[in-house]
Design a protein around this ligand. Sequence first.
Ligand code: ADP
Ligand code: MG
Length: 156
Amino acid sequence: DLPVVVDVPTADDMQRLGRRLARLLRKGDVIVASGDLGAGKTTLTQGIGAGLDVEGPVISPTFVLSRVHPARGDGPALVHVDAYRLGGSLELADIDLDASLADSVTLIEWGHGLAEWLADDRLEIDIVRGVDSDQRTVYLTGFGPRWAGALDALRE
Ligand code: ADP
Ligand code: MG
């Protein structure tokens, strides 16, 4: 699929995008969010957490690799992984994801570059900062049958 490109002027708008995206998410989904430190990966994840109505707070998991946010209702839990500092050499086996992956939405904060080995069905999100403003440009690309046409609701 062609990427969905969204202009995101403020941090509030980034949270709003996360809440809109959350409506499209289901158990078993894997999202890889890439971008520089401070790009807005965690801010987007906070919006997703709010939209999924999971227990918070969603914060940067600085001292732990991943954090599980249980759902308040029947929806998926959110597994939030921060692999940013680990660079590109990480193997999936290094991520201590528990067996409940299939019951969760898993969002992995990543540095730049693709992580094809993660899952054939995955949503890749790249966040690019504006040069001298708060503006961010968010590129969302779905891979695999799960995501075929799934992002159309986000196209303006
Ligand atoms: P990352 O997880 O990518 O390192 P964070 O989400 O932790 O980034 O930090 C992004 C910072 O940038 C936050 O302090 C947020 O308030 C600020 N910010 C300013 N403008 C935006 C924007 N348009 N989108 C996202 N965050 C923004
Ligand atoms: Mg972060």
